[in-house]
Ligand binder design. Sequence first.
Ligand SMILES: Cc1cc2nc3c(=O)[nH]c(=O)nc-3n(C[C@H](O)[C@H](O)[C@H](O)COP(=O)(O)OP(=O)(O)OC[C@H]3O[C@@H](n4cnc5c(N)ncnc54)[C@H](O)[C@@H]3O)c2cc1C
Ligand code: SF4
Length: 476
Amino acid sequence: MQLLFADQLGPHFDLGGEILLPEVLSQFSKRRYHRQKAHLILYAIRSRARDERVSAVSLDSYRELGNFSGINAAISPTSREMLALAKSLKIELHEPRGFCSSSSDWTSFRTDKSPRLENFYRRQRARLDVLMEGPVPTGGVWNYDHENRKPAPKGGLGLAHFEIIEDEIDQGVRETLDELESSGAASFIGVDGPRKFAGDRQQAIAALNHFIEFQLDAFGPYEDAVFDGEWVLAHSMLSAPMNLGLLDPMEVVRAVEAAFLRGEASIQSAEGFIRQVIGWRDYVWHLYWEYGPDYLESNFLQAHTPLPTDWSELQPQNLQANCLSKTIGNVSENAWAHHIQRLMILGNVALQRGYDPKAVNDWLVDAFVDGTPWVMPANVIGMSLFADGGRMSTKPYAAGGSYINKMSNYCGGCRFDPKIRLGPNACPITAGYWSFLAKNETRLAGNQRMWQAYSGLRRLGNVSEIVAQEAARDSL
Ligand SMILES: Cc1cc2nc3c(=O)[nH]c(=O)nc-3n(C[C@H](O)[C@H](O)[C@H](O)COP(=O)(O)OP(=O)(O)OC[C@H]3O[C@@H](n4cnc5c(N)ncnc54)[C@H](O)[C@@H]3O)c2cc1C
Ligand code: SF4
């Protein structure tokens, strides 16, 4: 009998025989998850359990699996914790699935002279033969990133995103979670909105088709856009179904490639999207295993500020910085925010304010519907917070309010002014940026890619006043 983990729910994880699928509600008591994340996971498990080959069991703990004598195989799970458990059961473990490359593909890439993402991505394109014409990338160039940085037009994109119609399984899940909360067994964060993300195979395919038909063509140009009032824009909402194992990332990639070949999407949109999946997604997956558990303790910038309660409790109402308030509000309402909100608003603020990297990492795993232990470390410890000192990214993703003003419509509705650095209207993101540079000068000024930023800092006359102002700011 195959042991199935809760993120292995699609056909590409099915070994073809009897399946044991555990539901372990005590997982929700260990940490404070977003209510909608807990809902999606339980929904997905219970939907998979409808298959007659699946025996669903409710357990108090994964350790109880040791009492089941019939389990003889599993696909290797995605976290170190679950891998240790699977190994302790002494069953046959198959190679991991649900990604577009194997550990041996990664090993051979790591011997490359330049083992950065762009190189990994190009190798993936060529090896998988995606958007390729022989050895040449379709369109003649590998990367259209420079064309993919448009802000949304004034009225927004106006694209319809995928929506779910809840069913009786949702109702049962809601009752279970209400009981857990009222008995004190679990305490969730965020609001219990209607479910927004695909939780079974059929819904996942519908979500993929919806994205291709209505959003894909706009994905590339507006990939980095942020727009108050449109929380999804042209993003696919497919990370959750892919991370639950409901969609094979390669089927997503082939569907997008086919849409391009049919003339339904531009090359910059198809390429931009495919790079995220065969490039970034696989890259951070392999780094999770390569960097190991100690990576989570990295703290190159000596950032020790505790995560504010506005974040940990998802309380946007006390935040005055419109960009941050709206983003935390999106997370509270949807357990999701798109990439630029994660990287350039949440990540940027956490970097500037010196929030403890592991606390940020763990909060994102628990608060985001697609958060998993494997996806977060490289994205957070590495890319967003530069806590690894440059092992993953060549420089910190720090930016001031002018970037947010260019890419979003948040600043118009904000009590601060993105151009002002000092005084009551000083934008905390702009002033926070200069203060961050000043505080970390000894650690970062030697980084060649920070040369321009530090020459800007040296031209500023009032740096110590900005640093003092930001140190005294008790809330954003
Ligand atoms: C601070 C931070 C936290 C993040 N947390 C998560 C997370 O919890 N789970 C998660 O899957 N992704 C995470 N990402 C990556 C990315 O932001 C999300 O995958 C994306 O926003 C999910 O929405 P979508 O499916 O609509 O993505 P789209 O914008 O439609 O992108 C397509 C797909 O590309 C993949 N992808 C794109 N960028 C990345 C990346 N950097 N790492 C891994 N996959 C990527 C995802 O599978 C995504 O579904 C994080 C990035 C940052 C900077
Ligand atoms: S002015 Fe500053 S704080 Fe306000 S929305 Fe713009 S970037 Fe954010």
